[in-house]
Design a protein around this ligand. Structure first.
Ligand SMILES: NC(=O)c1ccc[n+]([C@@H]2O[C@H](COP(=O)([O-])OP(=O)(O)OC[C@H]3O[C@@H](n4cnc5c(N)ncnc54)[C@H](OP(=O)(O)O)[C@@H]3O)[C@@H](O)[C@H]2O)c1
Length: 249
């Protein structure tokens, strides 16, 4: 069991690495493995290390994926590496494009995203929230504030009122996402937390299609455990996750 969060120095460096390795990445055709999920338009808000790697997983399964950031002109290499179903846009364009939204930004950005796009995001069937408050990056003050309000599951819900949020992929490093997808033997478990049954069902199907096994840890209040450094963080089998989850209060 590892909790590998070894980041390269910068997002640009990651995108360069991704582009350079694009032709060597084996693409598993998950749709040939029993999934009947139709292609959904996926938008990532945030297209750095984790958003880039997550969106790439789904673009390579054939989903139309729009990566977004405040600087979409910097996403050309990422789009090229992700393949013909990928594109880039502004956050507003991504919100308009995506049927499903992957929220993959530094946690302090969630508040402004909620102010700017809250009503539009509330209309989506799923906001898959991989964003975490991290002391070293975001400062201890915001981490403490989020904890005092019940953790990032409840706080994201407060910042995006009415949205169908499922926390997922919060503590699986971007660097291991592709290699662990459809790994032989027992799959890697992805702990998830959410309140909306339909959103959870959709998240389950997308996560399975990506070659992982979703494991529901609980409601959004339990989303506080879906951050780096907790017992469910990192790489675990689904069985291990269920055992650990049973001990969480
Ligand atoms: N790195 C990992 O392995 C990993 C694993 C699991 C979860 N996570 C979580 O995923 C989130 C992103 O981490 P990361 O490592 O991918 O960070 P990153 O490489 O720094 O990328 C952050 C992305 O968010 C965008 N962004 C920042 N502020 C924004 C705003 N106000 N509006 C719209 N987009 C904004 C950035 O683009 P612009 O600056 O161009 O706008 C960039 O595309 C974090 O919460 C992290 O805890 C990371």
């Amino acid at each position: 069991m590892t909790n590998d969060f070894s980041f390269p120095a910068s997002r640009r460096k990651f995108v360069t690495i991704l582009a350079a390795t694009a032709s060597t990445i084996p693409i598993t055709a998950a749709l040939g493995q029993g999934s009947s999920l139709s292609k959904m338009k996926i938008a990532t808000i945030g297209a750095g290390r984790e958003g880039g790697a997550l969106g790439t997983l789904f673009a390579k399964l054939g989903h139309p994926v729009m990566f977004s950031s405040r600087h979409p002109e910097e996403l050309k290499a990422l789009v090229a590496a992700a393949g013909p179903t990928a594109s880039a846009g502004t956050t507003a364009e991504a919100v308009a494009f995506g049927e499903v939204i992957f929220l993959v930004v530094p946690y302090p950005a969630v508040e402004q995203i909620g102010k700017d796009f809250g009503p539009a995001l509330a209309k989506k069937p799923l906001i898959l929230d991989a964003s975490n408050p991290i002391p070293a990056r975001d400062g201890q003050e915001i981490v403490s504030q989020v904890a005092a309000q019940g953790g990032p599951g409840l706080v994201t819900q407060k910042l995006l009122p009415g949205s169908k949020i499922v926390r997922a992929f919060n503590a699986i490093s971007y660097a291991t996402l592709e290699q662990n997808a459809h790994r032989p033997g027992e799959p890697v478990g992805v702990p998830i937390a959410g309140d909306d049954p339909k959103a959870i069902d959709l998240a389950n199907r997308l996560i399975k299609e990506a070659g992982y096994e979703p494991v529901l840890i609980g409601d959004l209040a339990k989303g506080k455990y879906l951050v780096p450094g907790t017992p469910v963080a990192g790489i675990h089998t689904p069985t291990e996750l269920r055992t650990i989850a049973a001990t969480l209060t």
